[in-house]
Design a protein around this ligand. Structure first.
Ligand code: HPA
Length: 271
């Protein structure tokens, strides 16, 4: 039973920390150093957590980092699971359900994404205001456990508008730019063709990536507030012929890091 596995994992984490976490962050590709924000962290490798699926992607170290950021008890998940690694939709969204069980009400989900919109350039930070699920599946398929959420959860506002406003305010106060966009999720691991990118742009998507949407659906199911943040790491195939490498993706993620750290610190700290 999913519910028992979630309880087992969360119970284990509870034995390692002596506080109830309020907010959580999931870090995307190349954004690992953001975890350095936490002072005196408790670090739990995913493989120590019973029932936790384990990540294999390069640059995705699987760790749960718990601690305080300016008096706010938080958890950072460093190293998410991707569908293209071969995990099931239920497995890649397991950490979200564990976080809910631990008491998390608000979650910031970050990712690296390719741009389908010329106004969103590599190195820019984009707040997600909506998404398109183009993965051809859904993490909520199967029997619904009503203790986890309702059968047909609304997707009216999966990205919390108040959190978006708050993030925009923080960026303005700190003199950096954030933009807004719609994220479209593909399964990967192959990158999109030019024809696919053109189609996605016509659909109304601004960004394309291989994560986030399953987690956001499960968070919405669990009635958690979500802030989705993409770091644009490359232009998609619409704009250039050149192939983009994992190295390019990582270098551009680094560039956005300082602004992202500022945004996260302010979003997470108590007001
Ligand atoms: N496509 C899909 N996923 C990605 C991309 C991209 O261009 N960049 C970073 N993740």
């Amino acid at each position: 039973m999913m519910r028992e596995k979630i309880n087992t994992a969360a119970d284990f984490v509870r034995t390692k920390i002596d506080f109830v976490p309020e907010k959580a962050v999931i870090l995307g590709t190349g954004l690992n150093s953001v975890a350095e924000m936490i002072e005196n962290p408790v670090i739990i490798p995913y493989e120590d957590i019973p029932e936790m699926p384990i990540s294999t992607a390069p640059s995705h170290e699987g760790k749960l980092i718990a601690g305080f950021l300016k008096n706010t008890p938080i958890i950072i998940l460093q190293g998410r699971l991707h569908y293209y690694e071969g995990y099931s939709m239920q497995e890649i969204t397991f950490p979200i359900r564990m976080l809910k069980n631990l008491g998390i009400k608000e979650i910031i989900i970050t990712n690296a994404a390719g741009s389908l919109n010329k106004d969103l350039q590599p190195g820019e930070i984009v707040l997600l205001h909506d998404h398109i699920n183009f993965m051809g599946t859904n993490p909520l398929i199967g029997e619904n456990d009503p203790t986890l959420g309702e059968r047909f959860p609304s997707m009216n506002e999966p990205y919390d508008f108040d959190l978006i406003k708050e993030a925009e305010l923080i960026a303005r106060k700190n003199n950096f730019t954030v933009k807004k966009g719609v994220y479209l999720a593909v399964t990967g691991p192959s990158f999109e063709t030019k024809a696919e990118c053109l189609m996605f742009a016509k659909f109304g998507a601004d960004l394309v990536g291989m994560s986030t949407v399953p987690e956001v659906i499960v968070a919405a199911h669990a009635k958690m507030k979500v802030l989705g943040i993409s770091v644009v790491t490359n232009l998609s195939n619409i704009f250039h012929q050149k192939e983009h490498s994992q190295e390019e993706v990582r270098a551009n993620a680094k560039q956005a890091k300082d602004n992202l750290v500022c945004l996260l610190e302010n979003m997470l700290s108590k007001k």
